[in-house]
Ligand binder design. Structure first.
Ligand code: FE
Length: 205
């Protein structure tokens, strides 16, 4: 079995937003897709560690803003590399508007948004898969959508590979650059910054 086949699945990138008790929040996901057209439904898979997950579970409403090739790295840092449990990500983020469903969507670095209402929530262990009815949507500009591959090649800065001190081994998260010191990297290790698994780390000798 060649596990690298998984890398050849293509993914989009999205800012998933929710609203609960007067609070807005959002996170980055790469797992939104249309699953039926009549009626129009989308699915999203969301890590349970994300505050946005709990807000969607509680309210049944969310927006998906589709990230475009015009997005800057700051968007990923802001919505992807920090938790809404510690910071109010929408406070002062001026590139956002409130949709008819009461949930914000982003207006910069994205080309469209979709508002949806949850019909089914399927427990997948680490994630919940939400199946949701599309309630509203709009196209904001015609910049092509950013795929995960586009992000890796064109948006994410290429950090210089740090040199490990002689005799030491480090593991670097290829998603956010976090460094784990020690060897081996535990197989169940989760990056504390971006929550990606051990498979997304590379060895730095
Ligand atoms: Fe990371």
């Amino acid at each position: 079995m060649n596990k690298k086949a998984m890398y050849n699945l293509s993914y989009g990138l999205f800012v998933l937003t929710a609203h609960q008790d007067g609070k807005d929040n959002g996170c980055i996901i790469n797992t939104a897709g249309q699953v039926t057209s009549t009626p129009n439904r989308i699915s999203i898979a969301v890590n349970k560690q994300n505050l946005t997950h709990d807000m969607i579970k509680a309210t049944g409403k969310f927006n998906v803003s589709i990230i475009s090739q015009a997005a800057e790295y700051e968007l990923f840092q802001h919505f992807g590399f920090q938790s809404g449990r510690n910071v109010d990500k929408l406070d002062g983020w001026v590139y956002a508007q409130r949709a008819a469903n009461g949930v914000v969507y982003l207006t910069k670095g994205v080309n469209s948004y979709i508002s949806a209402t949850v019909e089914q929530a399927i427990d997948l262990g680490s994630h919940t898969l939400f199946i949701a009815a599309v309630e509203d949507m709009d196209v904001l500009d015609d910049t092509p959508s950013a795929t995960y591959a586009y992000y890796q090649s064109n948006i994410k800065p290429k950090p210089a590979k740090p040199a490990a001190p002689a005799g030491k081994t480090m593991w670097r998260c290829t998603v956010c650059g976090y460094i784990y010191e020690g060897d081996p990297l535990p197989a169940d290790f989760i990056c504390p910054i971006c929550k990606h698994p051990a498979q997304d780390f590379e060895k730095v000798q």
